[in-house]
Design a protein around this ligand. Structure first.
Ligand code: MN
Length: 325
């Protein structure tokens, strides 16, 4: 049994943290399986609603959620997806979320449209533009801010993005904060036999290796398929795997999922296959699950309540370092 404690407002700023609004969800672990063959589909999920992160990111939190138990999506702990959304030009000011802390995991931000400007108190800054990915290791503790990039804010336009939280194993939760700015040009592309292509962000596809350095085995693929296109993928059977359909309609294991739906694959085979029923865009996420307790509280993902209390105390006593300027 893995206790999972989640709080809806995951971007809660440091000053607003309280321990009074935790809710507890306890999930059971499925029996481990080692099966050769094609994976079946365990379940298909839709998002349950949208909320704003700061005033810049209109997202739906697919997990953590009751329908997607933590051990079935591990090592991922959170997915916020922001479908294409139009923003009007803004003459002054900025949209987004100000300084807030993180500890115990990594944030991975993908942008397909628009541009996100990032800055942190470990000295990193950058812009995540169309096709770019930012892989930030919060590790032992970081403050960062996430805003629409200034020119995008002034001109207005469409924002289309996703943020994932990738858990760190207990032994790496105190890793030094780090930052991998992965530009679209850094990401290898593999053309698929039946048309379409795979951008390999993390892990491998055929001979291509993704540029992201990860603490545990992770596969992250950004997939475009024409109608009738297919994605075959070999994966260890024990790796959790899910596919987010950001556009189109995709078949897998006799089921189908359309725009906005997430396919959770069963861990019952060493390969999976997607087939596009129409032109589609899919984000494929997979990885070796961490077999450790998860206690998530706001912007912290740790193994125990004591570690959460310590994180809050460390923020309050300045151990996450000073804020720039
Ligand atoms: Mn953040």
């Amino acid at each position: 049994m893995i206790p999972v404690i989640t709080l809806p407002a995951v971007f809660r700023p440091a000053g607003a943290i309280t321990l009074t609004s935790m809710k507890t969800q306890v999930a059971t672990r499925p029996a481990p399986q080692t099966t050769a063959g094609l994976r079946s589909v365990e379940s298909i999920h839709r998002s349950t609603g949208f909320h704003w992160v700061g005033d810049g990111f209109h997202v739906s939190t697919y997990f953590p959620s009751a329908g997607l138990p933590a051990e079935r999506v591990s090592p991922f702990v959170l997915m916020d997806y922001g479908p294409p959304k139009e923003f009007a030009p803004l003459a002054r000011g900025k949209r987004g979320v100000g300084w807030h802390p993180h500890r115990g995991f990594e944030t991975v931000t993908l942008a397909w449209e628009g541009a996100v400007a990032h800055q942190d108190n470990a000295g990193h800054a950058g812009v995540i533009g169309p096709g770019d990915v930012q892989w930030m290791t919060a590790g032992r503790g970081i403050f960062h801010e996430e805003y629409h990039e200034d020119r995008f804010t002034r001109a207005g336009g469409r924002m289309h993005m996703m943020q994932l939280w990738v858990n760190l194993p207990s032994k790496d939760k105190a890793a030094a904060p780090a930052y991998q700015p992965i530009t679209a040009a850094d990401i290898p592309r593999v053309a698929l036999a039946g048309g379409g292509e795979v951008r390999v962000i993390a892990g491998a596809y055929e001979d291509a290796r993704g540029p992201a350095h990860t603490f545990t085995p992770i596969t992250m693929l950004d997939v475009r398929l024409p109608a009738g296109g297919k994605l075959p993928l070999a994966l260890p059977a024990n790796h959790n795997a899910l596919a987010v359909v950001t556009k189109g309609n995709v078949g897998a294991g006799g089921e189908s999922a359309r725009t906005g739906e997430l396919i959770l694959f069963a861990n019952d085979g060493d390969r999976l296959a997607l087939s596009a029923n129409e032109e589609s865009h899919v984000v494929l996420l997979a990885g070796a699950p961490l077999d450790e307790p998860i206690v998530q509280y706001g912007p912290f993902v740790m193994n125990t309540f004591d570690e959460i209390r310590q994180a809050i105390a460390d923020v309050e006593t300045g151990k996450f370092g000073p804020l720039p300027g």
